[in-house]
Design a protein around this ligand. Structure first.
Ligand SMILES: Cc1cc2nc3c(=O)[nH]c(=O)nc-3n(C[C@H](O)[C@H](O)[C@H](O)COP(=O)(O)OP(=O)(O)OC[C@H]3O[C@@H](n4cnc5c(N)ncnc54)[C@H](O)[C@@H]3O)c2cc1C
Length: 258
């Protein structure tokens, strides 16, 4: 019996037994017992998942539309691959919950029609663009499809703080719970976790912390030259540059829009 099966089968029985004991001891402590059972139900699954995913096949950093689209395609075409998504925010989905400014319709390149059709998200074609009536329709649909895939696991509220580099390969990521990562001044004693994977995909949107440390690690390992960084807004160039710049930037590390 695998460790996973053993855990799943044994724990409910233990919990039921413990609950009966506690109920007899504490009389009116029903709420406390219920709370305990509830917490254990997610603790067990969460830590079991962390244990299992400590060695993943693919780590995707960021659950915005780039990370979710990558997970969707990969999970569908390679059901044998263990895909682990790490999202710093509590809410996955990145910036794609609204269209331009606070307006709801999402306007994307016409090429997106293939993905939208596959996801069964309705859209209108307008010249070179397609328009989805609400950005959240796309994001919630892809999110729910990705999370249903048996080979995908997502840890949200989990920040990638660094890359693991061995020789000339990126071999995984260094992570921490986001509240810890955000409060390094007061939480310095909290050591990070690591997840190893032969392939890491960085899909963290506009360059920021992760772009900066990817660049730093790759430059210091002699794997890349210092990138230019973010340019001024120029949609005509940016759209195609993002597609052209999505590649394996160093062995084991793919960046969406380097
Ligand atoms: C209000 C608004 C409206 C927009 N409207 C449109 C539109 O109509 N059409 C259009 O084409 N574009 C639009 N954009 C731009 C579009 O949202 C972005 O281009 C798109 O979201 C980029 O997707 P992405 O997956 O690359 O990055 P994001 O959506 O930014 O997702 C990146 C994810 O990575 C996570 N992340 C970052 N760092 C870490 C880390 N260290 N560890 C773990 N996770 C991390 C972030 O929390 C985030 O969830 C809009 C943007 C905004 C803000």
């Amino acid at each position: 019996m695998t460790r996973r099966k053993a855990t799943r089968r044994m724990i409910p029985h233990q919990l039921r037994h413990r609950s009966r004991e506690n109920a007899q001891e504490s009389g009116a402590g029903g709420d406390r017992i219920l709370h305990l059972c509830l917490i254990r139900s997610y603790d067990i699954r969460y830590f079991d998942m962390m244990y299992e995913r400590a060695m993943s096949d693919v780590v995707i950093i960021g659950a915005g539309c780039a990370g979710l689209s990558c997970a969707f395609h990969l999970a569908k075409t390679r059901p044998d691959v263990k895909i682990t998504i790490l999202e710093a925010n509590v809410t996955p989905g990145g910036d794609a919950w609204l269209g331009g400014q606070p307006m709801t319709p999402m306007v994307v390149s016409k090429l997106a029609y293939r993905l939208l059709t596959e996801l069964d998200v309705p859209f209108e074609v307008e010249g070179n663009f397609v328009v989805v009536k609400h950005a959240a329709l796309f994001t919630s649909t892809i999110l729910s499809k990705v999370l249903r895939m048996p080979n995908v696991v997502m840890f949200n509220a989990t920040t990638v703080e660094d890359l693991m580099v061995h020789g000339d390969r990126i071999t995984g990521v260094v992570t921490n719970w986001t509240p810890v990562a955000q409060n390094r001044d007061s939480q310095s004693c909290m050591g990070p976790n690591v997840i190893t994977a032969p392939v890491t995909v960085s899909a963290t949107g506009h360059d920021g912390q992760i772009g900066a440390f990817c660049a730093k690690r790759l430059v210091s390992a002699g794997l890349r030259e210092q990138p230019e960084g973010m340019h001024r807004l120029d949609m005509n160039k940016a759209e195609s540059m993002i597609i052209r710049g999505t590649c394996e930037v160093a062995p084991g590390l793919i960046i969406a829009g380097w």
